[in-house]
Design a protein around this ligand. Structure first.
Ligand SMILES: Cc1cc2nc3c(=O)[nH]c(=O)nc-3n(C[C@H](O)[C@H](O)[C@H](O)COP(=O)(O)OP(=O)(O)OC[C@H]3O[C@@H](n4cnc5c(N)ncnc54)[C@H](O)[C@@H]3O)c2cc1C
Length: 436
């Protein structure tokens, strides 16, 4: 019995090695044939469906371009990687500018808002900053609905691993299944996914975001084409089970009444809002956090990337501002129908046990249960000096970079990819390019 199995296995191996080259050649032909029948040549391919990709796809499609939105996971279209909030200081006006340009970010924000506040009201009007807390799931659903209702946008769920380049012009993409899809222009909006590495204490693993894999292939090809790449890092706080918190020990933070909104269109003004809460760290919390510094990927030098200018980690804050004996923590619901809580101000990549112990010393968090720990992420970006004002790359014609791939500061600036979408070659190209 064993002998027969062994012989058959051996035989089949020998057969495979003989027919493999033919099989591969046939497969190539099959793939090419499949390409020709499955996909038209698009005006624009947008890679990635985060804030940047969504706005770029909508903008190009609304100018009449045929658009293919290629993204690794269609369930995460418009996913908010970190805080479920839009706007805030130096960001709120960007959402309104995007709205004025015909973008969807303001509309999606209004439709999924659970709280609105105009920040900095105590200062002059120039300092006022609209900010919305959003329902994370609803935000993503609204984005997907808006895109599905936009004529001219097709969708394809897969990883883009390479670009088709001809005579220094982008002519399409290659996917992880080996499909070649052609277009007159390609917009890359890969966000934090390019060779992403997630860090929690001394643990490291590949990923573009918690629970999602990193994107590979594109950086190496772009570097071989002469692009300069760098590494950036950012972080996110732990998520908490709201049922385990004692809100009586925190200050309530209500939304504005009447509730404001972002879009200049007729989006409805929410009639209900959810409240957030404020609490503070203390010297005991800081002492526990310091016990993790040796295992911190940032302090131990395992993270090499630069941080964009937002969301400093709690370890960074207590290190740099050692004289402060408390830091403010905003306790923010993740949506209308969930108990999940976002601990704004407690971004960290310290070991999960250190995070847990420190959290439990914060007033109201004595019995806190974690849904998931905070983490830091490192990823490739491309310094935007390699771009024209239109976001087209200087090196490769008809190739555009938009969003976090350029090292932008967050959702709002990423959504300015609307400009890239408007600049792609299209049937109804605007003649006025002042908005770049
Ligand atoms: C842990 C963490 C914390 C953050 N903290 C903050 C913060 O506090 N404040 C803030 O404003 N911003 C924060 N950010 C950054 C914020 O998420 C980004 O600025 C914003 O999401 C950028 O939008 P984007 O569209 O450029 O990229 P992303 O939102 O990252 O979207 C990228 C999209 O591209 C897809 N994709 C990537 N590569 C490929 C490929 N090869 N093929 C197909 N699809 C691909 C992904 O699936 C995803 O849909 C954080 C990000 C992370 C991960």
């Amino acid at each position: 019995m064993f002998h027969v199995e062994h012989t058959e296995k051996y035989r089949s191996n020998a057969v495979y090695s003989t027919i493999l080259p033919y099989f591969c050649a046939l497969k190539q032909i099959a793939v090419r044939t499949q390409n020709n029948t499955m996909f038209q040549e698009y005006d624009v391919i947008v890679v990635g469906a985060g804030h940047a990709g969504c706005e770029a796809a909508a903008a190009a499609a609304n100018l009449g371009s045929s658009v293919l939105l290629v993204t690794m996971n269609m369930q995460t279209i418009g996913q908010m990687s970190c805080n479920p909030a839009m706007g805030g200081v130096a960001k709120g006006q960007i959402v309104r500018e995007i709205d004025a340009l015909g973008g969807y970010s303001g509309i999606v924000t209004d439709r999924s808002m659970i709280q609105f506040r105009m920040l900095n009201r105590s200062k002059g009007a120039a300092m006022w900053s609209p900010r919305a807390q959003n329902d994370r799931l609803q935000f993503a659903t609204e984005w997907r609905n808006m895109l599905e209702q936009t004529p001219n946008i097709d969708f394809w769920q897969e990883m883009a691993v390479g670009l088709l380049i001809h005579n220094n012009k982008a002519t399409g993409i290659v996917t992880s299944m080996g499909l070649e899809i052609r277009a007159k222009a390609v917009v890359l909006t890969n966000g934090t996914f390019l060779n992403g590495i997630i860090h929690i204490g001394e643990k490291q693993f590949g990923g573009g975001r918690a629970g999602e894999k990193a994107a590979t292939g594109l950086t190496a090809q772009l570097e071989s084409l002469g692009f300069e790449a760098g590494r950036m890092k950012t972080g996110t706080p732990p998520r908490i089970d709201g049922r385990s918190l004692d809100y009586s020990k925190m200050e309530i933070q209500d939304g504005d009444t009447p509730c404001g909104k972002f879009s200049f269109t007729d989006t409805p003004t929410p009639t209900q809002q959810r409240c957030c809460w404020i609490t503070y760290t203390n010297p005991d919390v800081h002492d526990i956090l310091r016990t993790g510094f040796e295992q911190s990927p940032m302090f131990a030098g395992r993270i090499q990337g630069l941080g964009p200018r937002y969301c400093p980690s709690i370890e960074d804050k207590i290190n740099r501002f050692a004289e402060r004996d408390r830091h403010q923590i905003f306790v923010e619901p993740e949506g209308w129908n969930t108990v999940e809580i976002y601990v704004n101000g407690f971004s960290t990549s310290l070991p999960e046990t250190v995070q847990y112990k420190a959290l439990r010393l914060i007033p109201g968090f004595e019995n806190a249960k974690m849904f998931r720990p905070g983490y830091a992420i490192e990823y490739d970006y491309f310094p935007p000096t390699q771009l024209k004002l239109s976001l087209e790359t200087k090196l490769i014609e008809n190739l555009y970079f938009a969003g976090q791939i350029n090292g932008t500061t967050g959702y709002e600036e990423a959504a300015c990819a609307i400009n890239g979408g408007y600049q792609c070659p299209s049937k109804n190209q605007p003649t006025n390019t002042a908005h770049t």
